[in-house]
Unconditional design. Structure first.
Lengths: 115, 112
């Protein structure tokens, strides 16, 4: 199974600033996924990041607010831009479980609080 | 729009009993359904995947059933232990594209 690490594990940020979250996987993966889990809510997919192409965003999420980079097959970043308190959430990256043929492995998450 | 519901926000049971969690969905035809465990402050941990053509799947003390007619999955933990206490999430998917739809989860507490 894949091992995923995220940095930072948590942060407290001021309104209007931006934070970049890093996701590192210990094996090469084709697709990486970014999710958000707001307090008391279910996980929601933000975007899918493929190496060498633009990220695909889900409805309600835009590139200007959540720019994503995918420079290689083991690494991705998600930036939360011009933050507001509504962006306070846990942000998680995920990769596909090749044996299951479906998304399966999640990172530990980044807990973001915006003041 | 598609909707996924887990039967209760919280479930309290006695150690040794079988915990049964329910996941219902509407307006969706998933190719598979997944169950995850999530501990406080941590990311979800994948437990089981069951496909639309499968009725039941087992893994150690875990059993999952999938009824596409009822649009329901049941998740059982037999001989439950206090260490099983966590939030359990169900998620629906159609492919490997990552667009899983998650329920809000059921918080299971197993009392000694």
């Amino acid at each position: 199974s894949a091992v995923i690490s995220q940095k930072p594990s948590r942060d407290i940020c001021q309104r209007g600033t931006s934070l970049t979250i890093q996701c590192q996987v210990d094996s090469q993966v084709t697709m990486m996924f970014w999710y958000r889990q707001q307090p008391g809510q279910s996980l929601t997919l933000i975007a899918t990041a493929n190496q060498g192409s633009e990220a695909t965003y889900e409805s309600g999420f835009v590139i200007d607010k959540f720019p994503i980079s995918r420079p290689n097959l083991t690494f991705s970043t998600l930036t939360v831009s011009n933050m507001s308190p509504e962006d306070s959430s846990i942000y998680l990256c995920s990769v596909e479980d090749l044996l299951a043929g479906a998304p399966g492995f999640f990172g530990p998450g980044t807990r973001l609080t915006v003041l | 729009s598609q909707k996924i519901e887990q039967n209760s926000e919280a479930l309290n049971i006695q150690e040794g009993k079988t915990a049964t969690l329910t996941c219902n969905y509407t307006n969706y035809s998933p190719a598979y359904l997944q169950w995850y465990r999530q501990d406080p402050g941590r990311g979800p941990v994948f437990l089981l995947l069951i496909r639309e053509n499968e009725k039941e799947k087992r893994k150690e003390r875990l059993k999952v059933t999938f009824d596409t007619t009822l649009k329901q999955s049941l998740f059982h933990i037999t001989a439950s232990q206090p260490a099983d206490s966590a939030t359990y999430l169900c998620a629906l998917g159609k492919g490997s594209q990552g667009n899983l739809i998650f329920g809000k989860g059921t918080k299971l507490s197993v009392k000694p």
